[in-house]
Design a protein around this ligand. Structure first.
Ligand code: DGL
Length: 272
């Protein structure tokens, strides 16, 4: 069992920010990643559609014999909550571990949350934060354009367009005096520098991919599912749109050379 892979999925390649951390904390684990690049973004779709896609993505990973599934997508984690109870293997989304890290980090008790429209509408992070500590003040803002900026390579902290969009979305939160900001979408760490430059260094940014990778390591440890092999694990990548351009974007999200192509999976296979 322990040599079976960890399955990770996202609507696109944002979930690779979680894979980046998984490789750091669990280098011996095998990972199967699925990015639903033919249907990204999920964050502007209806709950019903997001739930259907999430189930198909999970079924695809199960067909690869994974031992744990991580929805490395704030949108899926917020909306397709039935996955927590209906999968035959352990499952985690990003909401719980990310909210816990933010509650731990805040000093003034004011936390900002940014995510896709579906994530913010669901109030998933907000509810989880208040469940953990109901004295905390929470400020939410959906930032759908951030996903488009990242998917289209507008990521530099010096880029005027990036700066403008960051200011437009975060102005109100900045005025509220938050000291902690949840990057509630796995695409957002890619523009963390621009966000931090605008909010100032005293605001702690919480990376949902990173926190979830650490949490997944705990789940595997507590269930005796860690791969104890002494050799480095492998990563296999699948995408539902063309594999062209995968390497370049994946290098960016992983912060290193991915060194291999992704395999294409047609939507017909997902819908089977
Ligand atoms: N990576 C997805 C998330 O964390 C955002 C992209 C999308 O809208 O599909 O919510």
């Amino acid at each position: 069992m322990s040599e079976q892979a960890i399955g990770v999925f996202d609507s696109g390649l944002g979930g690779l920010t979680a894979v980046k951390e998984l490789i750091k904390v669990l280098p011996q684990e095998n990972i199967v990643y699925f990015g639903d690049t033919a249907r990204v973004p999920y964050g502007t779709r209806s709950d019903e559609t997001i739930k259907r896609y999430a189930r198909q993505d999970s079924d695809f990973l199960l067909s690869k014999g994974v031992k744990l599934i991580i929805a490395a997508c704030g949108t899926v984690s917020s909306v397709a909550t039935e996955l927590y109870d209906t999968l035959p293997v352990p499952f985690t989304g990003v909401v719980y571990p990310t909210a816990a890290a933010a509650v731990k980090a805040t000093r003034c008790g004011k936390i900002g949350i940014i995510g896709t429209s579906a994530t913010v509408k669901s109030c998933s992070y907000k509810k989880e934060i208040l469940r953990q500590d109901d004295r905390i003040k929470v400020f939410q803002q959906d930032c759908p354009l951030f996903v488009s900026l990242v998917e289209n390579g507008f990521i530099s902290a010096d880029d005027d367009i990036v700066k403008l969009v960051v200011e437009r979305y975060l102005k109100e939160m900045k005025n509220e005096g938050i000291d902690t900001l949840i990057l509630g979408c796995t695409h957002f760490p890619i523009i963390a520098q621009a966000i931090s430059d605008y909010l100032g260094g005293s605001v702690t940014l919480i990376d949902s991919g990173k926190e979830t990778a650490l949490y997944a390591a705990n789940i595997l440890g507590s269930k005796g599912l860690l791969n104890t092999s002494s050799t480095l694990g492998s990563c296999t990548y699948y995408v539902s749109d063309t594999v062209e351009g995968f390497r370049k974007t994946a290098d960016l999200f992983l912060g290193r050379s991915v060194g291999q192509e992704a395999e294409h999976i047609s939507l017909d296979v997902l819908r089977h």
